[in-house]
Each structure stands twice: as structure tokens, then as C-alpha cells.
Design a binder for this molecule. Sequence first.
Ligand SMILES: CC(C)(COP(=O)(O)OP(=O)(O)OC[C@H]1O[C@@H](n2cnc3c(N)ncnc32)[C@H](O)[C@@H]1OP(=O)(O)O)[C@@H](O)C(=O)NCCC(=O)NCCS
Length: 173
Amino acid sequence: MNQAPFLLSALDSKHNRNDFKSSSEALNHYLKHQVNQDIRRRVAGCFVAIHQDQRIAGYYTLASASVRLSDLPSSIGKKLPRYPSIPAVRMGRLAIDQEFEGKGLGSALLADALAKAASSEIAAFALIVDTKDTQAARFYLHHGFIALPDSPLTLFLALATLKTFKNDTQKIK
Ligand SMILES: CC(C)(COP(=O)(O)OP(=O)(O)OC[C@H]1O[C@@H](n2cnc3c(N)ncnc32)[C@H](O)[C@@H]1OP(=O)(O)O)[C@@H](O)C(=O)NCCC(=O)NCCS
């Protein structure tokens, strides 16, 4: 029997977005008022972790992206082909409802996003994230992400290195 406390699915109209309350007002507002439009326009996909009581406990978004080769650390860039930009997947947003913070769900959703990016038939070099502040950036550094040298709030994890990532997806099914 799968005892994962959260069910992961793509956001759809049956999910109640109004009660979601993370510590970031901007991320709460995005889920309530903007994400549907982004999904309709195919500029983002949104995945939600649903608690047993049907509440949204956390969400993240994914979209195609690219990163300029010259923005990567030179030690990594020099091992890549000399294209002006390198394909990537952007996790635009990640937020956990305050009631569920500190229980491993953020790590589980990050692990799921990495797994999706790494298993897509459309190749991407890395998962990249644009964080809102240094505290959020520390969450990704904690998980092995590397900051872009000239943009420390943008971080990436090369998908080929995923075998070293601590996989926490057992929290969700
Ligand atoms: C940041 C956030 C996603 C973390 O989610 P969470 O479910 O509380 O985190 P987890 O319980 O999965 O934490 C997993 C690990 O990361 C660590 N961690 C959590 N937040 C951290 C932070 N800001 N800095 C450094 N480490 C952090 C935990 O200590 C834990 O470490 P361990 O595995 O060694 O014990 C959540 O707090 C949140 O939604 N914050 C508001 C929105 C936000 O800042 N989003 C970030 C993207 S912009």
C-alpha cells in the first residue's frame, strides 16, 4: 500500500486554490489569480501536492527555458558545446503552505521537478530557478544547486548530476 501523505497531480479546476497560504504573498497570489492564464497560454505547467483533506499543500511550476553559455561558471561552460545558449527547464515557482512547511514536502516537490526535467524526451542541460531572496536561494544551495556567478539569485542543477541528488519523492505518489 502506498502511504504517501500527498498526491501529486497537474493543477486543474477541481483543486481549491483559495485556501493556499505560504509565507510568500506573491506566490499565493500567483496560484490564485495568474497560474490558470499561464497554463492556458502554455507558458507554464503547474503541479500540486494534495493533502488527504483535499487541500493544496504545495505547488511548483515548470517551463522551457535557456541559459546563456557565458552566464554559466566557466568550469562548467567549457565542457559544453559553443552554442550561445543551452537548453534548460525553469522551475518558476515553488511554495509550500505554512501548515506543511518543514516536513520534507519542498524537497519532495523539488525532487519531482528534477525527475520530470531529467526524464523528458526534450533534452535540457539543467533545472534553473530564479529565487526571490537569499533565504530562498539557500534552500536550493542546500540541495546542491549552483548560483550563476553574476546572478546569485539564479541557480541551476545540471541534470546529468542527478544521481547525487537526495531523492525524497516517497512523500508523494
Ligand atoms: C522554501 C520552501 C519551499 C521549503 O519547503 P519545506 O517543505 O519547508 O522544506 P523541507 O521541509 O523540504 O526542507 C528540506 C531541507 O531543506 C532545508 N531548508 C528548508 N528551507 C531552507 C532554507 N530557506 N535555507 C536552507 N535550507 C532550507 C531544511 O532544513 C531541510 O534540510 P534537511 O533535509 O537537511 O533536514 C518553503 O519554506 C516555502 O514555500 N517558502 C516560501 C516560498 C519560497 O521561498 N519559495 C522558494 C522558491 S522562490
